[in-house]
Ligand binder design. Structure first.
Ligand SMILES: NC(=O)c1ccc[n+]([C@@H]2O[C@H](COP(=O)([O-])OP(=O)(O)OC[C@H]3O[C@@H](n4cnc5c(N)ncnc54)[C@H](OP(=O)(O)O)[C@@H]3O)[C@@H](O)[C@H]2O)c1
Length: 314
């Protein structure tokens, strides 16, 4: 194994100039229970940009800082970013079956707080609290590198279907118990999580209504969106959504945009309440429209809207 490798190092919070390409970074060594993966494809997520720019502010640490769950920020510099990693195992640490060498797979990007896998109360991830995939090699726990043999998927496809977007979309939908035949409003529909939501909705038989921009409409429909509602012109937004559903309420909203749109999203669910078969449900995993999601309390309490927030990672 080469002792040094090429990697993109994040050297501090700021613009793209904070990313530096180096060819002399020490190749990580797999510790006990780990595998060394040669990275063949990686994906860039919104969270990589946000972490680079320091957009996970906390009240006590000002406007630009790293995410910290009540403690010390885990993002220290230099850091190799990249949450979604596809690659091949090239070496194993003590206690890992050497037969795994050569396996192609995908990384579960979570850095778990403890042995539990059902809950992770200190959300962090590879590429943030530990080095990620913008490098030739990465050492990760063997149990978190999943064998994916499927020859119909090439490595870049596998990395782009990585956990950051698809796992978030999956959790948003399962928490809100999205089921067959339900009308689901998806905001930020053209992004990583939004496109995952559209496809997963179709897989479970739900009907995704995409909130996006009209120049992306054809691509989103090709992906599975029932229709595309332009996110501009807020005063007519609810009316336009209901026009597209034939006047029927949206059953569940998957919100990635937030800001002042969240109140409008709730409005698309609280029409014809007697005609509903379930409570309105709102899943929030991000706020690309700003760091706030505005919600008017009476909307929530009077409509019994269930809200789910996803801190799977910041
Ligand atoms: N909690 C978690 O575990 C988790 C995991 C992954 C991501 N996230 C968060 O979820 C959000 C989406 O992530 P992503 O990876 O899908 O991001 P992305 O690929 O960058 O997509 C974001 C989308 O949001 C829309 N958008 C951007 N700026 C907007 C604005 N000012 N107003 C309204 N819409 C805007 C755009 O879609 P349109 O042009 O189609 O409207 C854009 O394509 C981010 O806030 C991210 O931090 C959270």
């Amino acid at each position: 194994m080469p002792t040094t490798m090429a990697a993109m190092l994040l050297t501090g919070h700021g613009g793209i100039e904070k990313l530096e390409y180096h060819q002399d970074v020490a190749t990580p060594q797999p510790k006990a229970g780990e595998v060394l993966v040669q990275v063949t494809a990686t994906a860039k997520n919104n969270t990589d940009r946000k972490a680079r720019e320091g957009l996970y502010p906390t009240k006590d640490k000002g406007d630009v800082t790293s995410f910290a769950m009540g403690g010390t920020p885990t993002l220290t510099f230099p850091r190799i970013q990249g949450a979604d990693v596809a690659g091949r195992i090239v070496a194993v640490g003590e206690g890992v079956d050497a037969k795994r060498i050569g396996q192609r797979g995908l990384l579960d990007f979570n850095i778990y707080a403890d042995e539990r896998r059902d809950i992770n109360l200190t959300p962090d991830y590879y590429g943030h609290g530990a080095d990620g995939g913008f490098a030739e090699y990465i050492a990760v726990p063997a149990e978190q590198f999943y064998h994916v043999p499927n020859p119909e998927l090439h490595d870049a496809e596998l990395a782009s279907m990585g956990m950051c977007s698809y796992q978030t979309a999956y959790h948003m939908m399962t928490a809100a118990k999205v089921g067959p035949g339900e009308r689901v409003l998806v905001s930020g529909a053209s992004g990583g999580v939004g496109t995952a939501l559209i496809q997963l909705c179709r897989i479970v038989g739900a009907i995704p209504y995409a909130v996006s921009q009209l120049d992306k409409a054809e691509a989103l429909k090709a992906l599975g969106a029932e229709t595309v509602i332009d996110r501009g012109d807020l005063p007519t937004f609810v009316e336009r959504v209901l026009e597209s559903t034939g006047g029927k309420p949206i059953d569940a909203v998957m919100d990635l945009v937030g800001g002042e749109m969240t109140n409008l999203f709730i409005d698309t669910m609280i029409v014809d309440m007697q005609g509903r078969k379930s409570y309105p449900r709102l899943s929030i995993a991000g706020a690309s429209g700003g760091n706030l999601s505005e919600m008017m309390d009476p909307h929530l309490s009077l409509s019994s809207t269930d809200i789910w927030r996803f801190p799977r990672h910041p």
